[in-house]
Design a binder for this molecule. Structure first.
Ligand SMILES: *Cc1c(COP(=O)(O)O)cnc(C)c1O
Length: 361
């Protein structure tokens, strides 16, 4: 069997969920969209079910997978419905629904519903992607409240730059939200992982109407570019690992891999690892990207290919055939690999495929 695997630590997932709740002091929907950022939505939701206040996914297909697996907790559809015929299963499966556009309001108004909906009404406070503009928000809220089909409305918005710890945009978006929702004292939801970890000074702790929406932090990766004290308390959930399947000794001046991106500057011992971009390891990882071989720091050399990649073992004489290689995990932060490859840990996790996944407590 090919040794490439993703090990998923569910105890770490629970630790991170508890940290989210502790930092915000409020209820938290665990964001498990995109198959829990590649960690397995059903397994992650089952591991959190005893304690999570609910879950959030991108679409009804993802929600139904959780319902079919027996998850009874609230599930929010972060983009609501895409077509009118989703409303019937939304009611039948008791899903919560974001309403972000007036075409969705039109559909709710003209569709007969057997049961009332819980809607999260989205304000565009500055991201300029989806959500009602501040000038239209009150009218949208009034329409939803008046249509007779909605029992509960949660005001929500989403931050565009909370991962930039010196950005004035977080406070500006928050002020926009406060103005647009002034006088509503019901439930609301603003904070994703970076807002929750990085901006405690802006939010009232433990407000009973607040819903947190942690995603990436549940999986133990920092959303920030640099060290951040709260993010340092997270425990990585995924370990992506494989083994060395071939070793060769090259004299100085020999190329390794496609395109000869790496040429040995000295006599070099090269280890070949069963892991490639078809598994989700980023093809853009440059020479020098960190990894760990039998627990020791090592570096990638040569271009990543579809099924294999190469590491420099010259300074690790005890490493060889069968040595365990950690591509990311407790020793090699996924966010470090992501930064080296010009992307973010979110994308690395979501891209993991083909490798066997194994979940443990
Ligand atoms: C994905 C998502 C989140 C979670 O964001 P993280 O940065 O992963 O914490 C929260 N809210 C919405 C609307 C999202 O789409």
């Amino acid at each position: 069997m090919r040794p490439a695997r993703a090990l998923i630590d569910l105890a770490a997932l629970r630790h991170n969920y508890r940290l989210a709740r502790e930092l915000g002091g409020a209820r938290a929907l665990a964001v498990v969209k995109a198959d829990a950022y590649g960690h397995g939505a059903v397994r992650c939701a089952q591991a959190l079910e005893g304690e999570a206040d609910g879950f959030a996914v991108a679409c009804i297909e993802e929600a139904l997978e959780l319902r079919e697996a027996g998850i009874r907790a609230p599930i929010l559809l972060l983009e609501g419905f895409f077509e009118a015929d989703e409303l019937e299963p939304i009611q039948r499966h008791d899903l919560w629904c974001v309403v972000h556009s007036s075409w969705q309001l039109d559909i709710i108004e003209r569709t007969a519903l057997a049961r009332p909906l819980t809607c999260w009404l989205k304000l565009d406070s500055g991201m300029h992607r989806v959500g009602f503009a501040p000038d239209d928000y009150r009218a949208a809220h009034a329409r939803l409240a008046a249509c007779g089909k909605v029992t509960r409305i949660v005001a929500m918005s989403h931050f565009a730059r909370a991962d930039e710890l010196d950005s004035p945009r977080v406070a500006e978006q928050l002020a926009q939200f406060a103005a647009a929702t002034e006088g509503f004292d019901g439930e609301y939801s603003l904070r994703n992982s970076p807002a929750l970890l990085g901006w405690p000074q802006l939010f009232r702790r433990g407000h009973e109407g607040e819903w947190l929406r942690p995603g990436i932090m549940l999986y133990g990766a920092t959303p920030f570019e640099h060290y951040q004290a709260q993010a340092a308390r997270l425990r990585p959930v995924m370990t992506l690992e494989s083994k060395i399947i071939s070793v060769r000794e090259l004299p100085a001046g020999e190329p390794v891999g496609y395109g000869a991106r790496f040429v040995s500057p000295r006599p070099t011992r090269v280890g070949v690892v069963a892991m490639g971009y078809a598994d989700g390891y980023p093809r853009h990882a440059p020479d020098g990207t960190p990894l760990a071989v039998d627990g020791r720091p090592a570096r990638l050399i040569g271009r990543v290919s579809m099924d294999m990649l190469t590491v420099d073992l010259t300074d690790l004489p005890r490493a060889g055939l069968g040595s365990r290689v950690e591509l990311w995990g407790a020793q090699v932060p996924a966010s470090t690999v992501a930064a080296a490859a010009g992307t973010i840990a979110y994308q690395l996790f979501c891209n993991v495929r083909r490798v066997a996944r194994a979940w443990h407590d």
